[in-house]
Design a protein around this ligand. Structure first.
Ligand SMILES: Nc1ncnc2c1ncn2[C@@H]1O[C@H](COP(=O)(O)OP(=O)(O)OP(=O)(O)O)[C@@H](O)[C@H]1O
Ligand SMILES: [Mg+2]
Length: 284
């Protein structure tokens, strides 16, 4: 992978001090990953491979285990059983603090961890140090410029001084994506980035995700969504989950089928594809 990054410049000292990657194409290699909490198996023997350059969609009903799986991929959670290799490093054998700058994550969990009074620029900026809340770190001018540029790219530069807690749902989503891109990650995980957006906001986000998908310098992408309308054109693979297990995984063209949708959601669904976009609705 080209190490220039999608923003074309270097970033914070800490991020550049992070792991130097081997030249390899495996981004995620999960083998028989299970997560057990009490008597409940949140994930059961999940095997999944993501390679460099791939763009994945993850779907499945509420409680299927999607966010749990994303939290493992983002090093926030360790499997109870099985192995998770992330960017060539085995989770549990490597410091997660070295891996984290290489993984951008936008999720409800991340949003909830951000202090409401933090302004939008600092929400993006603090990602360079893998933390939320601006305390006593000294930020480089370069990092500040990059944070501003990312906010600008995601249409949020005029909100740079606005406290995160006072932004609308859609504005917060955009700031979180800018934040996830701040460290120029190798892997970008977006867990329901379009939830709560209005129709125009969703369509803008989908278009931007589509552009990102087409950018060969962009990181490997994993996008969790409930709505097939939110699958951006250019996404290549899909992981379909139910009850903590993989129903199907593979290239979107051959994997996203009415049969697999029925297995995933337990109901008959009609699948439509038009101009590279999908939709699904209950059918006979
Ligand atoms: N710490 C925990 N202890 C017990 N159960 C948990 C814990 N964390 C999550 N769960 C359960 O694990 C299951 C999977 O949760 P997860 O958040 O991964 O689902 P999801 O597929 O992301 O769902 P959604 O589409 O609603 O976001 C849910 O039934 C949830 O209640
Ligand atoms: Mg979830």
């Amino acid at each position: 992978m080209n190490n220039r990054g999608i923003m074309g410049d270097s970033i914070s000292e800490l991020a550049t001090k992070s792991l130097v990657l081997n030249t390899m194409s495996e981004v995620l290699t999960f083998k028989d990953v299970s997560v057990v909490r009490g008597r409940k198996e949140l994930l059961k023997d999940v095997s999944w491979e993501v390679k460099e350059g791939q763009r994945w969609i993850v779907v499945g009903p509420n409680g299927a285990g999607k966010s749990t799986l994303m939290n493992i991929a983002a090093t926030r959670l360790h499997p109870t059983r099985g192995t998770a290799d992330i960017l060539g490093e085995r989770l549990g054998r490597v410091s997660v603090f070295d891996l984290r700058p290489l993984i951008g994550l936008s999720s409800a969990l991340v949003a909830n961890s951000i202090p409401a009074n933090e302004n939008a620029l600092n929400v993006v900026l603090t990602a360079a140090y893998g933390m939320t809340g601006r305390w006593r770190e000294k930020y480089e001018k370069l990092d500040e410029r990059r944070a501003f540029r990312l906010l600008h790219e995601w249409g949020m530069s005029t909100f740079m001084n606005q406290p995160f807690g006072k932004l609308s749902e859609g504005e917060r989503k955009r700031v979180l994506i800018a934040r996830a891109l701040m460290t120029d990650p190798e892997l970008l995980i977006l867990d329901e980035p379009a939830a709560g957006l209005d129709l125009a906001g969703r369509e803008e986000l989908v278009a931007q995700m589509s552009e990102l998908a087409a950018d060969e310098d962009a990181p490997a992408l994993v996008l969790v969504t409930h709505h097939l309308e939110e699958v951006p054109a250019g996404f290549t693979h899909i992981l379909m989950m139910r009850d903590g297990q993989v129903v199907a995984a593979g290239e979107i063209d051959s994997t996203l089928t009415e049969e697999n949708l029925e297995l995933t959601y337990g109901m008959k669904l009609k699948l439509r594809r038009e101009d590279g976009r999908y939709s699904a609705f209950a059918g006979a």
